[in-house]
Design a protein around this ligand. Structure first.
Ligand SMILES: NC(=O)c1ccc[n+]([C@@H]2O[C@H](COP(=O)([O-])OP(=O)(O)OC[C@H]3O[C@@H](n4cnc5c(N)ncnc54)[C@H](O)[C@@H]3O)[C@@H](O)[C@H]2O)c1
Length: 257
């Protein structure tokens, strides 16, 4: 871990899963916006990021999460938490018992338990001055736009992203009084190692390559969302469409689109 002078007026942003892909783009964009970024990942390549502090930490482990939040709170006021770290894998419902239990621990440990641990550790600090929590979800949870595309063999990944809605919705309501906004970013295919690993060659098919979403565009969308002050929403980003935060939907349509 590397660090600079602690300073009460410093605005700190925590980004999980920051070694590559979307987490890396969120970290760099927040740094560009003058946040003091605390980035962590289970992969040691997070140490290459040019941000204020970086740690090798696993968000499914409570002691790791507490160490991340402690580092962040010593650097300044935690104002942003990006719950980005996520795991994807094929988990057919026809898998055997033990494989299913192992898959559950792996997917839910990061995608849900980790988000809960990190957020519960950071929120007491964020309540002091307000801020923004961004839960990184998937366009699967916006059925009106995703055309029912939840694939049949990623039940645990899909379930984890649907469950994130519960966090986003409840936290948005409870934390509004403290000036904390809570939203989900729900994107389709983004050009990251997670997506490329789906293809044996690591190359995206040409038709997808032309229109795939770019991490930088999603990072810009995150900044626009924070500036808007909107809360309790799932904001979509769809392949082949411009990436914007769109109009604010009516209250009853915010989480399910
Ligand atoms: N790429 C896409 O098409 C896409 C689409 C929709 C949603 N998402 C979501 O966006 C987020 C980022 O995805 P990505 O495409 O950049 O993935 P990625 O696999 O390229 O990067 C994820 C990073 O998270 C890290 N990580 C995994 N488990 C961790 C843990 N327990 N603690 C700390 N770090 C951990 C990994 O080491 C990796 O560096 C995920 O939540 C993913 O579900 C991605």
């Amino acid at each position: 871990m590397t660090s600079i002078n602690p300073k009460a007026s410093t605005r700190v942003a925590i980004v999980s899963g920051a070694a590559q892909g979307l987490g890396r783009a969120f970290s760099l964009r927040l740094m560009e916006a003058n946040y003091c970024v605390v980035a962590f990942d289970i992969d040691e390549s997070v140490m290459d990021l040019p941000v204020t502090a970086k740690l090798i930490a696993d968000q499914s482990q409570r002691l790791d999460v507490q160490a991340v939040v402690k580092t962040a709170s010593q650097l300044g006021q935690i104002g942003v938490l990006v719950n980005n770290a996520g795991k994807w894998k094929s988990t057919p419902v026809t898998s055997d018992w033990q494989t299913s239990l192992d898959d559950w621990d792996e997917i839910m440990g990061t995608n849900l338990l980790g988000v809960m641990l990190l957020s519960r550790a950071a929120i007491p600090h964020m309540k002091l001055c307000g801020g923004h929590i961004i839960n990184i979800s998937s366009y699967y949870v916006l059925p009106a736009k995703s055309d029912g595309t939840n694939p049949p063999d990623t039940d645990l990944y899909s379930a984890s992203k649907w469950a994130l809605n519960g966090f986003t919705d409840a936290w948005a309501k409870r934390l509004e009084a403290f000036g904390i906004t809570v939203n989900g970013l729900c994107m389709g295919a983004v050009d990251t190692p997670m997506l490329r690993n789906l293809f044996p060659s690591g190359d995206l098919p040409v038709d997808l390559l032309e229109k795939v979403l770019q991490p930088k565009a999603i990072a810009d969308q995150m900044m626009d969302l924070m500036l808007s002050g909107r809360t309790g929403e799932n904001i979509g980003a769809f392949v082949g469409e411009p990436v914007t935060i769109g109009e604010q939907p009516p209250l009853h349509k915010r989480i399910t689109g």
